[in-house]
Design a protein around this ligand. Structure first.
Ligand code: NAG
Ligand code: NAG
Ligand code: NAG
Length: 648
């Protein structure tokens, strides 16, 4: 069953209160959010914003040469990873369902469920561990500790969920063991001389801890209280992963020497080497089959391998690709699912019966999303990121893939669908075309001559707003350009009238032009109090909305661009980055640096609703409506969120 989370805002008339609740369906781990009451808003008709929190989540943030840790769920439902400040809780069966925890004040590196399933412990770059509730939607913080003074790289809980070991790159020490409830020390992680990459807690008595270190050793600790017992020195390069088997009878280690070793779980005696060596490149991760009979390894040699523990021989090899981006930096075996993470950030679901074809590959973005478009039939969402990739998503299932072919290779600044084509402009100073039937770039490549900040298109005309000029493109080439000195930041073409609006970053004005053939002639100018950031004509061609860095959203009525109302749409606390019209031209959504989205009503301009922290700790970069009740937002946090919005 799919699980949805809903957050409901009710705004009633005079003396109104706004209630925020979270409605849930069939999802045990998410419970109704507590009802919050906000102060009274101005008189308004009833607005209901039913927010359907579908999140097409960011991919794991990967880095060359660095293993990352996937956290498994004792209940088998979700898996955990991190990207920037966010911990992502992703449904393993339906990865379109995600929850994002964004309470760390710096990059979160690892997150692990307690064996009880009630808590998640997440560790960050500064050495802090936050232990928080998985049961409540708000993920109440239970405890925060700082066990080490530098980046945390791995965390393991004791089987009774009472203790935890944390390792990484501290200044005074490379790890610590403590009580999850109180932070009280229950031993020492010592005896190793460099950064520790991996740790595990023996899931059975007698308790043991093992650690994998960049001094090439495995540390073995006995307790509680835990004390250094010995190092194992079979590896000749960094030890990247150590993991106990599910019943603790063994542990396995994986290293940058390409080797995998198997040890007795209680005595730590070497049992033998798995493969010889297991991989041609460094091994980043190892995961046990739940019954303990097989091991999965992930390697920088761009393969993953399945091993029989008894015979220590390979059962299946998965060739993951031939590019650097296909290096395998993590793996997790949870129930029937074998997951690996490529250096690209892609999450691969391996099929043991068919090593050549993965069951699923979760793609998306792990760099900030800069552009967004939806297809006219509302079935597809297109997102483009800072690193130049474009992802197309099925809007109802979140299934996704990347646009193939030669793209911009760098930040994409504009995107627009016209007919069967998606046009994009990027900071390689070109406009490119994607054939949306095949999801491939075509060979079209129109050079602009300066860096585009925005684009729009209508019929066979594309207009780009570049640093020094406004260019008109027709029939696949630049047919005219108008040099300007105000640094255009955005452009919108009216669909009925020949009007074109261009926002100025330097002069704080919206410049309205008339487009005749391929030439633009100035018509009027609209003054704002800050640099223009976005502008958009309404689908019914009756309005222009423009937003600026001075926190304002301003609505103009055509044909003479009078202010459409006397209300101030000024409730953002920082630069407004983007505005988007609902298809029926009745609602405007604005997204800001202040992390909020505001929905404004054109029919009743006194009415607005704020979705605070729509992307926590992340500015909203773009918005687009799928239909009159569904808004899509993207942010610097690399997440794409889908909101169900109903106004009545
Ligand atoms: C632990 O699992 C291994 C591998 O499946 C099995 O051979 C062994 O008997 C188990 N040990 C215990 C104590 O259950
Ligand atoms: C799309 O591009 C890929 C790689 O560039 C190519 O293999 C594939 O055949 C193309 N598909 C279509 C339908 O053109
Ligand atoms: C969105 O909200 C409307 C109105 O309450 C509801 O009928 C609809 O089912 C919701 N859609 C989704 C996808 O949740």
């Amino acid at each position: 069953m799919l699980k949805y989370m809903h957050r409901v805002f009710y705004i009633t008339g005079l003396l109104a209160t706004v209630q925020v609740t979270l409605l849930l369906q069939s999802d045990q781990s998410f419970h109704p959010q507590k009802v919050e009451t906000f102060p009274s808003l101005p008189p308004a008709e009833n607005i209901q914003l039913l927010i359907h929190k579908y999140i097409f989540a960011a991919l794991p943030r990967t880095q060359r040469g660095q293993p990352i840790v996937l956290g498994g769920d004792p209940k088998g439902k979700n898996f955990l990873y991190t990207n920037g400040n966010s911990v992502i809780i992703r449904n393993i069966e339906n990865p379109a369902i995600s929850d994002v925890y964004t309470e760390h004040s710096c990059a979160a590196n690892v997150a692990k469920y307690s064996p009880s399933g009630f808590y998640i412990a997440s560790g960050d770059q500064s050495g802090k561990v936050r232990i928080w509730d998985t049961v409540n939607k708000e993920h109440l913080l239970k405890n925060e500790f700082q066990p080490i003074g530098g980046p945390i790289k791995d965390i393991a809980w004791s089987p009774d969920s009472q203790r935890m070991v944390v390792v990484g790159e501290g200044r005074e020490r490379f790890g610590h063991v403590f009580m999850a409830e109180t932070g009280t020390s229950v031993g020492e992680i010592s005896g190793q001389s460099k950064s520790i990459n991996s740790c595990d807690f023996r899931p059975a008595r007698p308790f043991r801890i093992v650690t994998g270190c960049e001094d090439n050793t495995i540390g073995v600790f006995e307790g509680p209280p835990f004390k250094f017992k010995m190092t194992k020195q079979e590896h000749t390069r960094f030890v990247q992963a150590v993991r106990y088997s599910p019943n603790g009878s063994h542990f396995a280690s994986a290293g940058f020497d390409g080797k995998v070793f198997l040890y007795d779980g209680s005595s730590a005696d070497l049992i033998g080497e798995i493969g010889s060596p297991a991989h041609k490149g460094g091994v980043y991760a190892v995961a046990w089959k739940p019954d303990g009979s097989q091991l999965l390894t992930a390697s920088g040699d761009k393969t993953c391998k399945l091993w029989d523990v008894e015979t220590k021989s390979v059962v299946t090899e998965f060739v993951m690709g031939s590019q650097v981006e296909d290096q395998q930096v993590s793996c997790l075996w949870q129930g029937q699912y074998l997951l690996t993470v490529s250096l690209s950030g892609f999450i691969n679901y391996l099929d043991v019966n068919n090593p050549n074809k993965h069951i699923r590959i979760i793609k998306g973005h792990n760099k900030p999303i800069t552009v967004l478009s939806v297809s006219p039939d509302q079935k597809k969402i297109y997102t483009g990121s800072h690193d130049g990739f474009i992802t197309h998503w099925d809007s109802s299932t979140g299934e996704n893939d990347r646009i193939q072919g030669v793209g911009h290779g760098n930040q994409i600044n504009g995107m627009k669908i016209i007919g069967d084509s998606l046009y994009t402009c990027g900071i390689d100073d070109s406009v490119k075309q994607v054939d949306i039937a095949s999801n491939n770039y075509t060979s079209a490549d129109i050079k602009l001559g300066s860096q585009p900040h925005g684009m729009d298109a209508k019929g066979d005309t594309i207009i780009t707003a570049s640093v020094k000029e406004i260019s008109v493109l027709q029939e696949g080439r630049k047919v005219s350009s108008l040099p300007v000195s105000y640094e255009p930041s955005c452009v919108s073409i009216n669909s009925e009238h020949p009007d074109v609006a261009v926002g100025g970053a330097l002069d704080n004005k919206v410049h309205i032009y008339t487009l005749v053939g391929s030439s633009l002639s100035p018509k009027t100018e609209l003054e704002h109090l800050g640099p223009l950031t976005d502008c958009s004509y309404s689908p019914d061609s009756q309005y222009l909305v423009a937003c600026d860095a001075n926190r304002k959203v301003i609505l103009y009525k055509l044909p003479d661009y009078q202010l459409a109302h006397n209300k101030e749409w000024g409730f953002h606390n920082a630069r407004v980055n983007t505005v988007a019209w609902s298809p029926n031209s009745q609602l405007v959504a604005s997204g800001s640096l202040d992390t909020a989205i505001i929905i404004w009503s054109v029919l009743n301009p006194a009415k607005h609703t704020i979705i605070k922290n729509a992307h926590p700790q992340s500015q909203i970069t773009r918005l687009a409506w799928l239909d009159d009740g569904t808004l899509v937002s993207v942010g610097q946090d690399c997440n794409t969120k889908i909101w169900n919005i109903t106004a009545f």
